[in-house]
Design a protein around this ligand. Sequence first.
Ligand SMILES: Cc1cc2nc3c(=O)[nH]c(=O)nc-3n(C[C@H](O)[C@H](O)[C@H](O)COP(=O)(O)OP(=O)(O)OC[C@H]3O[C@@H](n4cnc5c(N)ncnc54)[C@H](O)[C@@H]3O)c2cc1C
Length: 595
Amino acid sequence: MADYTPPLGDIEFVLRNIADLEALSKLDTFRHAEPETVRSALEEAGRFMSEVVAPTNRIGDEVGSVHDGNHSVTTPPGFKEAYSKFVESGWGAISYPQDIGGAGLPYLVGMAVQELTTTANMAFSICPMLTMGAVEAILFHGSEEQQGTYLPKLSTGEWTGTMVLTEPGAGSDVGALRTKAEPNEDGTWAITGTKIFITWGEHDLAENIIHMVLARTPGSPPGTKGISLFVVPKFLVTPEGEVGERNSLQAVSIEHKLGIHASPTCVMSFDGATGYLVGEERHGMRYMFTMMNSARVAVGVEGLAVSEAAYQRALAYSKERLQGRAIGQETSESSLIIEHPDVRRMLMTMKAYIEAMRGLLYLNAKAFDLAHHHPDEATKQANQELLELLTPISKAWCTDLGVELSSIGLQVFGGMGYVEETGIAQLYRDARIAPIYEGTNGIQAMDLVGRKLPMRDGGAIRDLIADMSGLDAELAEAGESLDGIRAGFAEGVAVLTEAVMWLAEHGPTKPNDALAGATPFLRLMGNVLGGYVMARAALAATELLEKGDGDPEFLDAKIATARFYIDQLLPEARSLLPMVNAGADQLFDVPIGQL
Ligand SMILES: Cc1cc2nc3c(=O)[nH]c(=O)nc-3n(C[C@H](O)[C@H](O)[C@H](O)COP(=O)(O)OP(=O)(O)OC[C@H]3O[C@@H](n4cnc5c(N)ncnc54)[C@H](O)[C@@H]3O)c2cc1C
């Protein structure tokens, strides 16, 4: 069985019909992004990821990255070669501006490449994903000198980037961090402290590693307001832009983890390391959010990617494994398990959620592109709000689903799923980190309810609900065949509206009640947004069928999958309402001693 077949048809369908790549390509900045150019780029990326990156996935899990006890980390066999080909091919730079060596394509296209990379090998993909965060932080907030020093090699991937926040006493509560930054006489800073869980903090894939480190300068106030951001390279960079003297920082050890074994998770010690302040002192948290927001969406892509990989394996297995007799089958013969309704239910659940996730994530990416590059200020602002609203949902809804769907995929394999050699167990283990890092999913839910819903006095969420409601007229126009989808989706929007109104009423006076319902609310909103993209997919497929544009079997399957989602998965939203608006009392009725 091939390790991975890039789902190019599904990706193209979303780019064309949900995220409207064509409209983006009309913007001056993205004039190179004509759909034809993008299609060939993605075909090539798909070939590259399946032939060069996917073969490293299994060995990456089995061997893992290894710390030599002397501050060096060796990546699994094949990683160096695959990474250097990745850099040569320029896949990491596809959505960077051309003036820093990128291809100048939209982030939307970058996301499609990221999906392909991550499905091929999640542990591998995290390295370029973090590098992208470092590029963005320096591009948006660094000085011209910093941009000139780091971006040429970071943007190509010749150097890689990290995100260095977490400390033993500062996880979700980043504001509790204690790493110190003290001014040197020459204008640089001396960084001292211990950071934990630093992904790709040390490795042998690149000649330099550029750490983006949060630290506290003397006299800074406690909490997030006292945090500054520093560029701290593993090797100092010479005036000629080459790798120079070793900086005083080290990977002391790496963690032994449940999954993503090839991705080294490092304990890093900074011992008066030379750092360079990014932007202004004490604005570090704001700058870091530039990195974290894009990384959060990218982690959402991990949920999608791992689900796609699990689906492909489960589907292939269900077409090989003979077991039992399906209804109607000759008594003398066994059936393929794909003929059993319960196995079909598992496969359809995976397929429908995967399509819903892809639609949501790509809409999120489009909002990013419009927020950064649309010439009209009002459109920019509206998309900035949408981006902020969707980001925690993309991160948390998709990564929770990544765990659930990889578990369902494993179930399709029966006992063989629990055995490592089929590879599905690795996906289940790999998927489990994504709801934890980049801000746990609980923290995402609090962000959604506490910060994002109240944006512009609820104006942003009202606008989104109005947009979703607007789809009703379009569905009605498409004719009776979509009536079921129309009614089911309208019910989903009604449930979302009810939940938002409850939170708006109770959040300001009883914040604990709103926070108690935050996680079920995020799930509910993810489900309804999923319904939105699936209804749009059904509408687009119906129109394409009428025009005779596209493969009828593929388009019919899109409509049937949307129907399944709306009829069987979306109703979960209503069942979540009692959890959203229950308040916190019942959570605290049982005293700690009785828990
Ligand atoms: C494999 C791996 C890779 C990582 N990579 C990086 C990296 O590259 N860079 C980096 O800086 N960090 C990294 N991290 C750290 C990661 O971001 C943190 O683990 C995560 O933010 C959670 O922090 P914590 O582990 O301290 O958990 P805690 O903050 O202790 O949380 C424990 C539980 O309490 C909940 N909780 C905490 N506070 C609240 C609150 N106020 N309200 C409600 N619930 C709350 C959490 O949701 C969670 O369920 C990585 C971690 C791992 C395991």
